[in-house]
Design a binder for this molecule. Structure first.
Ligand code: GLU
Length: 391
């Protein structure tokens, strides 16, 4: 059934299924794995056989040319078993201690599982601030971008050991959605211990139906989410709906799919039932809209004709083409781009503070390290962080 539709539900469902996305169309896929899938609650150990099937799926996607990123929970669940902590809710400092112990095991687990299939895993631990604050966001994103360019698989988790209650995600559903949009993933798959979003809690209502596709997150959809989380994981359906809002606003499609089966991603590829949350945008367009519409410019860069032609043909802005710097902006701030006559031609996020931008303006990117005394990014504004008039 489709939420809110009463006419001819069967025809509608068939039509919707035919129009659903296919995994093969996505270029950059983030897969979020919940603790309850990865860690056996009774043993406190990794479910290695299941993980082997997921790692096979990941290797398959990677081989077909897609970029794959993983967000993996399980640090606290693994650490608490190593430390012998009693079952039940943990105090914040105990969960942080558990995460400190468990994250080592988790990283090794992924490194071995992917390594066994010829893939290199790279651990990325992020805090809320790393994803929300523009300056740090650029750093985290650049590292992820680099790893992907090297065909490695970023394996992401929250840096639970240092994040305090007020400044942490706490659940990896929203964290995955944020990192997926940040990394310009076009699909986020939340592997879960349910098959998707149901019209009512399936455990309580025998008539509950799986919703195949959510085109818009309405209050009716939110009401279906309920709140409960399972024993090991922090997220319930509610955090998944929150994740869907973040993902779809940021231009990333999302699927909630059953992870309790072997080869969960291949099954999705073969058309297993799940819930799709669709976006009408894509990550780069969504970011450009955000830059164009909601950021106040803190300065301006005046560029020469050569740089103007380069950015108009889709290239990044390099320091060499910058003639003048105005304003006291910081790295990550939005700045205006002006042509030689002073007319505004676009805007974007600066990769350098105004002081450093001043030092490298007009110079070749090769000289950045000598000019600043440290290596820096070749672009002063990356093309994905830039929006031009008429874009
Ligand atoms: N970051 C937590 C961990 O690795 C998991 C949070 C969640 O369950 O969503 O244990």
């Amino acid at each position: 059934m489709s939420a809110g539709t009463k006419d001819k539900p069967k025809d509608k469902t068939q039509a919707q299924r035919a129009a659903l996305p296919r995994l093969a169309q996505f270029r950059r896929i983030m897969i979020k794995v919940g603790s309850s899938l990865l860690v056996d609650p009774a043993q406190g150990a990794v479910k290695r056989d299941w993980l082997a099937t997921l790692a096979d799926d990941i290797a398959g996607l990677h081989k077909s040319g897609a970029d794959v990123l993983v967000v993996s929970s399980g640090a606290i669940a693994l650490g608490r078993s190593v430390l012998g902590l009693a079952p039940g809710p943990l105090k914040l400092e105990d969960s942080q201690a558990a995460a400190a112990v468990g994250q080592i095991a988790l990283a090794r687990t992924w490194s071995e599982a992917l390594g066994g299939r010829g893939l290199t895993a790279g651990q990325i631990l992020v805090t809320f601030a790393d994803t929300e604050e523009r300056r740090r966001y650029l750093n985290a994103r650049a590292t992820i971008e680099r790893l992907i360019a090297m065909r490695a698989v970023p394996v992401v988790n929250e840096n639970d050991t240092v994040a305090t209650a007020e400044i942490r995600y706490g659940d990896n559903d929203r964290l995955a959605a944020r990192v997926a949009t940040m990394a310009s993933a076009d699909l986020l798959i939340l592997l879960s211990d349910v098959a998707g979003l149901y019209s009512a809690p399936p455990a309580e209502d025998p008539h509950a139906e799986l919703i195949p596709v959510v085109a818009k997150i309405t209050p009716e959809i939110e009401a279906m989410a309920g709140g409960a989380a399972s024993g090991l994981s922090r997220g319930g359906m509610r955090t998944k709906i929150e994740a869907a809002k973040i993902a779809t606003t940021g231009g990333t499609h999302m699927a909630i799919a059953d992870g309790r089966v072997p080869h969960p991603v291949s099954r999705l590829k073969e058309g297993a039932a799940c819930t799709w949350f669709l976006t009408g945008s894509n990550p780069v367009t969504a970011r450009k809209k955000w830059i164009a519409g909601s950021l106040e410019a803190r300065g301006a860069l005046t560029i020469d004709q050569g740089a103007l032609s380069a950015i108009q043909s889709g290239k990044s802005l390099l320091p060499a083409g910058v003639k003048k710097i105005e304003g006291n902006f910081s790295r990550g701030d939005c700045v205006l781009i002006r042509d030689a006559a002073g007319a505004e031609v676009g805007r974007g996020l600066a990769n350098y503070d105004a002081d450093d931008a001043q030092k490298i303006a007009g110079r070749n990117s090769r000289d950045i390290e000598t000019l600043l005394g440290m290596p820096g990014r070749a672009e002063i504004i990356h093309r994905d962080d830039m929006v031009l008039k008429g874009d």
